[in-house]
Design a protein around this ligand. Structure first.
Ligand code: GLN
Length: 210
């Protein structure tokens, strides 16, 4: 399988390494520019986007990572990773770095600060509708949502209009999974559920399957 890195500055790195291995990739932690240059694709894990942004600077990964993403390296961001890959963030820190790759605006901690977490079964285009799939169980932890996206960004999943979703009416139908070319992102954490379908989709993207 392809060699896929997991950005290992902070966040839930081990879970992504395991999910990638289970999905047929060779997985490796990436902390240095030399390690980044060896991988065929990169996962940006969940964690804290402001901290990861600072560590990208300190580990001198910010520029090489921006360059590889601009050059078309496949990337998958989960939660904080989605925030990093967006072109713009609302409710972020002013000095927070954006890697680009997804032409969209995300809102950090969008579902409300009082509620840390919720879970929902989602229809996920290209995942829940493949084979004998079924809905994807999505775990949201202080998650962002996509506030707005350019037409080049393909919407793959939205939260329902269930009143149980924290944030209520303003949260209904918000975009929580997207793809733009070789860049994939989810506001939730498939690495925590044992369902590897999202990671399998990413491995296929790295392998160059459409
Ligand atoms: N709230 C975090 C941030 O702003 C993201 C949370 C997560 O990755 N689970 O980066």
């Amino acid at each position: 399988g392809p060699l896929i890195g997991v950005l290992a500055l902070q966040g839930d790195v081990r879970e992504h390494l395991a999910a990638l291995e289970e999905s047929g990739a060779r997985a490796t932690a990436v902390r240095r520019p030399a390690e980044l240059s060896e991988v065929d694709g990169l996962v940006l894990p969940g964690g804290e986007s402001t901290t990861m942004s600072r560590l990208l600077d300190i580990f001198e990964l910010l520029t090489p990572l921006r360059e590889r993403i601009a050059a078309g390296m496949p990337a998958y961001g989960s939660c904080a990773g989605m925030i990093l890959l967006a072109s713009k963030v609302l409710d972020g820190r002013e000095d927070q770095h954006q890697l680009g790759g997804l032409d969209m605006i995300v809102r950090r901690n969008a579902f409300g600060r009082q509620v840390d977490s919720f879970e929902e079964d989602l229809e996920f285009t290209g995942v829940s509708d493949v084979g004998d799939g079924g809905p994807v169980h999505a775990v949201f932890i202080r998650a962002p949502w996509v506030e707005s996206a350019s037409p080049q960004v393909e919407v793959l999943a939205r939260v329902s209009d269930d009143p149980e979703v924290p944030g209520g009416e303003v949260a209904a139908g918000r975009i929580v999974a997207v793809r733009q070319g070789s860049v994939l992102a989810t506001a939730f954490h498939p690495e925590l559920t044992g369902d590897t379908r999202v990671h399998r989709l990413f491995v296929e993207m790295v392998e160059g399957k459409p």
